[in-house]
Design a protein around this ligand. Sequence first.
Ligand SMILES: C[S@@+](CC[C@H](N)C(=O)[O-])C[C@H]1O[C@@H](n2cnc3c(N)ncnc32)[C@H](O)[C@@H]1O
Length: 158
Amino acid sequence: MIEFKPIGIIHSPFADPHPMPIQPTGAVGVKGTVEVFADFHEGLADLGGFSHIILLYFFHRSQGCKLTVVPFMDSEPRGLFATRAPKRPNPIGLSVVQLDRVEDGMLNIRNVDILDGTPVLDIKPYVPAFDHPDDIRTGWLEGAHKTVAQKRSDGRFK
Ligand SMILES: C[S@@+](CC[C@H](N)C(=O)[O-])C[C@H]1O[C@@H](n2cnc3c(N)ncnc32)[C@H](O)[C@@H]1O
């Protein structure tokens, strides 16, 4: 067993999983906050110098999982680990969001594709030199990037 303890909680405009953006690129300008619990405030030193952060969080409203899913961006079944579907054996989400300000343990963020009340597991700075490789292949998602910004979690387009 592995036990994680949340370090904070995400506040966002989204109370329900459907409909809402399915990735930060579909949530451009959507504001939220990360309330970091007092025990962890010391670890926020120097984070304000970064324009973007990686949030790792627990999909707390997700139940069950299937290893083959029809993802939001497709009509074909795909292997779960080739998707970002929230129903996973370990329901961990990852979003790169814009960081506007760090103030008194509160992170003001933008481009939020995360439900209100989501427990945060970790925060890391987004660093292109670490996180943005040059030679990219995107498998079944090839060519779908243009529509991800418009697609919503109820299958409709905004
Ligand atoms: C496709 S997932 C992608 C999330 C993240 N960017 C990732 O790649 O891990 C985004 C969808 O997960 C759902 N979702 C967001 N926060 C959630 C939560 N705390 N619990 C369960 N589902 C959540 C919403 O339906 C949202 O549209």
